[in-house]
Design a protein around this ligand. Structure first.
Ligand code: NAP
Length: 310
């Protein structure tokens, strides 16, 4: 009890701009941790529950931002952030903005410059959990930008979850966010397409699930899979002694042909097959499937400094 009261006394005022499902969760977690809270949202009715719990609803963004040294923004996207903040004029100068909407690294870098031109300290961030997990231990929040600003705001950021600083480039948080989301979507697509494939023979997804995950987790992705493979990726080391790209292309061809034979969507397996064919055309036919990494890096290499081929 004493500890909680002390935490409440020490918690610094925070403003939250944007009260969609995520903004309301952020605001709720801050109230829960005892931060004096000011909120603003285009649709003010969404603040009612928070006001009932002790938050103050500001009439304008300028008023909201002026109420606290730090403002957490959780709007739809960067374009919305400019639309909402530009009318605030000079009010945000000298304050800290923590932006948690999704976007691209270039958008985050542009936002960092935009904030600097207005005299604001800026951190860009990405939320790696759904709204119900905000404020819970282990809720990962990614941040990038000034380490000094991050350290200064760490206590407030810790009220939202587990804050991780990824580097001073403001684009790093959203870059990591999109990379992790790509993993999620690719895995989901694999599972959904596989379920559709067996479903074409009348097998319900609920029956397939047990076999699928019982096989996938220990056989394809073990606890140490990523760490072990990452070391090889960093060294461009792709020994083909346990299976080659040519052998894997064979399997990918079967997936594409089976999808067609079974009358289900076949674009996804065809794309995977085309990427493996590209790897073979690039000289990786006798290397492991992981040499696909070299194909994936290529467009970036064409735009950036060239790297030596393995
Ligand atoms: P959202 O629909 O992405 O954003 C809703 C917020 O944006 C509301 O405050 C909404 O105001 C405001 N908004 C939209 N257009 C506006 C405009 N033209 N002018 C002023 N305000 C505008 O919902 P969300 O789920 O809260 O997500 C917010 C951000 O968090 C997004 O970038 C999302 O990608 C990210 N995120 C969400 C989740 C999640 O599970 N929800 C998880 C991780 C990250 P009104 O209320 O007035 O419409």
């Amino acid at each position: 009890m004493t500890t909680q009261r002390t935490t409440h006394q020490l918690s610094s005022p925070v403003t939250v701009v944007g009260l969609g499902p995520m903004g309301r969760a952020l605001a709720g977690a801050l109230l829960e941790k005892g931060h004096p809270l000011t909120v603003w949202n285009r649709t003010p009715e969404k603040a009612e529950d928070l006001v009932a719990r002790g938050a103050r609803s500001a009439a304008t963004v300028a008023e909201a931002v002026s109420a606290s040294p730090v403002t957490v923004m959780c709007l739809k996207d960067y374009a919305t952030m400019y639309e909402v903040f530009d009318p605030a004029g000079e009010a945000p100068a000298g304050r800290t903005l923590v932006n948690l909407n999704s976007g691209t690294p270039q958008e985050a870098q542009a936002a960092h410059s935009w904030a600097g031109e207005r005299g604001m300290e800026y951190l860009d961030g990405a939320i790696m959990v759904p709204p119900p997990l905000v404020g819970q231990p282990g809720a990962v929040f990614l941040y990038s930008g000034s380490r000094e600003v991050f350290d200064k705001q760490r206590e407030t950021l810790a009220s939202l979850g587990d804050p991780r600083h990824l580097g001073t480039d403001p684009g790093l948080a959203v870059l990591h966010n999109t990379a992790l989301l790509e993993m999620m979507f690719a895995t989901m697509n694999g599972w959904l397409h596989a379920a559709a494939l067996v479903g074409s023979a009348g097998v319900p997804a609920s029956r397939f699930a047990e076999l699928a995950f019982g096989w996938f987790m220990p056989t394809v992705v073990s606890n140490t899979f990523f760490l072990e493979q990452a070391a090889n990726l960093d060294k461009a080391h792709y020994p083909g002694d346990l299976g080659t790209m040519e052998m894997n292309l064979n399997a990918l061809e079967h997936i594409a042909r089976t999808s067609e034979e079974q009358g289900i969507h076949s674009r996804q397996p065809h794309v995977m097959k085309e990427i493996a064919e590209q790897a073979i055309a690039d000289g990786y036919g006798d290397r492991s499937y992981l040499s696909l990494f070299e194909v994936f890096k290529k467009a970036a290499q064409a735009q950036g400094p060239s790297r030596p081929r393995p």
